[in-house]
Write a protein that binds this ligand. Sequence first.
Ligand code: SF4
Length: 347
Amino acid sequence: MNDIVLSVRNLKKYFRPHRNLVQTVLKNTPVRPIKAVDDISFDITKGEIFALIGESGSGKTTTGKLIMKLLDPTGGSIFFNGQDVTHLSKKALAEYRKRVQMIFQDPYASMNPRFRIRDVMEEPLIIHKVGSHRKERHALIAKALQEVKLTPPEEFMNRWPHMLSGGQRQRVATARTLLLQPLLLVADEPVSMIDLSTRAEILHMMKEVQQDLGLSYLYITHDLSTARYFADRIAVMYLGRIVEVGPADEIIDNPQHPYTQALIQAVPEPIPGRVSTIKELPISGEIPNPSNIPEGCRFHPRCPYATEECKNQEEPVLVPLSTNSNHFHACRRAGQFTPIGKTSTQV
Ligand code: SF4
């Protein structure tokens, strides 16, 4: 299909852990790899916002780094605009980085505090040889700042990073990515370090930019409430695997996997006048060590509906909820239990 911007197939990233003292002395002791990303596949189409959701340790940030080519995959393939970009030469990587840009969690950390905003923004233009002279580059910077509603742009170009609020810094970070006319933005927790009061405003701005320019986003977050507002589709990751994926509203309103149901239950209720914090997950235990992934369904040690089959049979793979459905889940018992957080009369 022509409108697929990014296609990820069977992507894996295994890290080799350092040997501890006992393993070094006993040379034959096996050291298990840390399976941070363990065979995931998904597509992102032109103009689509695709969210990757999960607890810390689920592999979502590692997936973002693999797509940004900040890490090399252990296995699998990445295709961008139909081209295999899994392994790139230095020259091809520079071209790829123009088209796939990243918005970081902490925009301040990505800005040199001794540079004015115009210099912070001019840097990628100089690196990628865009604009033949300074005046031309400044015109591009002013246009990008207007795009993210930092006006008048000349005023913001003269400021230092410390003179901006968290929200304004994230706007500058977004404007900087736009300068190179990307097709895909990878946004890793872009609003988690911003005041609660400003988060919706920044996501709204990012969505406007995305719609105006027809961009695609990979939105990485632990926050289902923003993903519902922001994303077209949501993929839920658990211990390196995608366990549920589908249209955002469908995933939130009709979750099939118990892990997705637990994440939804942890979303705080908005109470006027009170700061809401993420609630504890209504499931026991913590995410297991990715170097020791449980046999069978990898979620079974924490799943309230696990049976002997879940532990002993092969790991469930993603299957459609019904024929021709674009909602997929990896739970062999989906539909056979009352979803977490609901009473049997609510099903
Ligand atoms: S397959 Fe079994 S253990 Fe895994 S999520 Fe479904 S019910 Fe739980």
